[in-house]
Write a protein that binds this ligand. Sequence first.
Ligand code: HBI
Length: 381
Amino acid sequence: MALGLDHASRRPEGMTDRALNLVLVSTPVGQLGSGRGGGVELTLASLVKGLVQRGHRLHLVAPEGSCSPVADGRVTLHPVPGVDQPSWQHADRNAPMQIPGNAVLPRLWDHALDLASDVDALINFGYDWLPLWLTRHVDARIFHLVSMGSVSAVMDQAVADLARWDQRRLAFHTRRQADDFALVEPPEVVGNGFDLSRYDLQLSMDGPLGWAGRVAPEKGLEDAAAVAALLGERLRVWGLVEDHDYAKRVESAVPAGTIEWCGFKPTAELQRELGGCRALLNTPKWNEAYGNVVVEALACGVPVIAYDRGGPGEIIQDGETGWLVPPDDREALAEATVRVAAIDRQACRRWVERCASQEGLAARVEAWIRRGLTPADGTIS
Ligand code: HBI
């Protein structure tokens, strides 16, 4: 009796258990390993490792200069030259889609489509119009793990068009992220996943307050700084300072010495330092699709005090792995921070092991792809 098996372990009728051949197409906004791809780089690295562990064979198509997350014979890296795609995050939401001269994006798809006849499916990690549009015009089976909430009208339309054509080709990190888009049926939500062997549980409860993420307006650092100042505490800040003027404005709004800038650290150092925090404050001003730094903190046993907004608001279990407060309510954030000792740090780690491991993400993504490869009418292909 297959009792209690999660859905990933039950294959759709008629599907074999044979390993899949897959093409994974990376984001065109920067080489893998450069940090310019933001959370997508972490997701892609986890998924490559997780899918290889499940026996699948991968082709990774990525901008030239990318480094493959694993040196394994079952992953073939295909570097593609060309100019980075301008980021939707920095575009006006009504901006048109742009294709720079000598652009890497169309070349990534030239290469991916050349490989298509040798594989079962292609998975796109770029948040771009071109791959979404071409999906319904080619025989290749292209799937999209959408990496952000709504940031562009052109992208909203492209996602809605594909959802109407075959929504099984789309997956999202959280339900709240998916709710930004016009879909025709309940969304496929795969969460995210991390190599938990890289994160060590720390139980100290008297450390400083922490904040982590790209230092940019949509991340709301000013609120966390204000709460630290209100409590007369220091705030350790990790992350790439993407907007220097913004960073200066935040720092000058609180007493000198409130913010300790710790910079962008590789995972091994980040988790060691972050793990020593008493709490992570998470203050998103936009509909964060998932919230990688939230899970990285939980993986180290650090409870998270966050606005009940976007992915973090869905990930954090209020009262079990942290506290959720009304968005933009600094007083509530401060009041919850004072209560953080009530959270069991072991419960934070347990949640991540249960819901955000690399193995779990790979199993959920494999199940999504296999379901999408099954003909809609349920016949056996
Ligand atoms: N913009 N055009 C474009 N394409 C992407 O793939 C993209 C982006 N902006 C941000 C981004 N990807 C990632 O950093 C986020 O999805 C996490």
